[in-house]
Design a protein around this ligand. Structure first.
Ligand code: F6R
Length: 327
């Protein structure tokens, strides 16, 4: 039995600690899956914690392949056989994602399904659509590695991208650093009784969005995010009439465009002058994949520690379940 299988999946910190092992296992799950038809673009259809893997893929492959993320019942008219569609649903039972699957099937699209089972496994078996089965028992948002890395492996197997193995190795090694926990605990302390506002450059935008959703689902608090340079053209003005106790988190990367870096510095000064505390989190890593996952990991941990500070169980999301039952 490997280390991941021994993880108590209802214990969020154990799940977070086992992410390096999950990544290695996730890569193996897709080792025999490839697509042979030529494609022009990739689309990832999913919702919530499943869909965010599509945003990470889009960020990682920026400028190399056109990647789009579809969070809805239907697919845009423009996609057809030249689009490779990854259908991602951890449970396999999310209605928007099943509907997107059915639309894609009518269009006879090239598809790969990634799921633990459910309706999507059933449907893909009937139609002989490649289906990668990932381990059950996690919260969908905590199964990020299992949802993301099989896509990367399929794309490599299909010769659509360069070999990502070195980037993956660097990422696994970096995430084992115990410093992440210390940084996350320090930040969580500052966020008690505050509304987190998370800002980053557009190229790291998925990171800010993941932080927001992890604050929502783990700590059960509201949180909001925006990206540079756009936020300097609207959100910044909102500091003229502050109506709540915010704490601004700016996630910085040395490789951000020089003008964006200058904007970040000036924005930080202006927000501080408006009386709001700002914490900068500088993300380091040997490659972009490592930076993306390091930044995401830091946010996952911070939201976990914030949940503990509020006396909230980070794992269940009962209100999402209740809503789904009502549909
Ligand atoms: C719960 C979570 C949710 C789900 C979403 C879609 O942990 O992250 O955002 O991901 O409700 O469900 P799945 O992923 O099963 O398709």
């Amino acid at each position: 039995m490997d280390e991941t299988n021994q993880t108590d999946k209802s214990n969020m910190i154990e799940v977070l600690e086992s992410i390096p092992e999950q990544i290695a296992e996730a890569v193996k799950l897709a080792k025999d899956v490839k697509v042979t038809e030529p494609i022009k673009r990739i689309m990832v259809a999913g919702m919530g914690g499943s869909a965010v893997s599509g945003d990470i893929l889009k960020a990682y492959l920026k400028d190399k392949i056109d990647v789009r993320v579809n969070r809805n019942y239907f697919l845009p008219e423009l996609v057809g056989k030249e689009t490779l569609l990854f259908i991602l649903s951890y449970s396999g039972n999310t209605e928007e994602t099943i509907s997107a699957y059915r639309t894609a099937q009518r269009k006879n699209m090239n598809m790969v399904v990634i799921t633990t089972g459910g309706k999507l496994e059933e449907l893909s078996k009937i139609s002989k659509i490649p289906c990668i089965i990932i381990p059950k028992g996690f919260q969908p948002r905590a199964a990020l590695a299992y949802l993301f890395f099989p896509m990367l492996t399929v794309l490599y197997n299909s010769h659509f991208i360069d070999n990502p193995v070195e980037d993956i190795k660097k990422t696994i090694k970096t995430l084992k650093n115990p410093k992440f926990k210390e940084r996350a605990q320090d930040l969580a302390e500052k966020l008690v009784e505050k509304i987190p506002l998370i800002y980053t450059s557009e190229r790291m935008g998925v990171v800010a969005y993941r932080w927001k959703t992890q604050f929502n689902e783990n700590a059960k608090v509201h949180a909001f995010c925006h990206v540079f340079p756009e936020l300097d053209h609207n959100e910044l003005v909102g500091y003229g009439n502050i109506k709540a106790g915010y704490h601004v988190i700016i996630i910085k990367d040395d490789d951000d465009y020089v003008k964006v870096k200058k904007r970040i510095d000036i924005t930080k000064r202006l927000i501080s002058e408006a009386g709001i505390n700002v914490t900068e989190m500088v993300i380091k890593g040997e490659c972009f994949l490592t930076k993306l996952f390091s930044a995401i990991y830091l946010g996952d941990l911070t939201s976990y520690y914030l949940a503990l500070k509020y006396g909230t169980d980070p794992t269940p999301v009962e209100v999402i379940e209740e809503l789904k039952k009502g549909l």
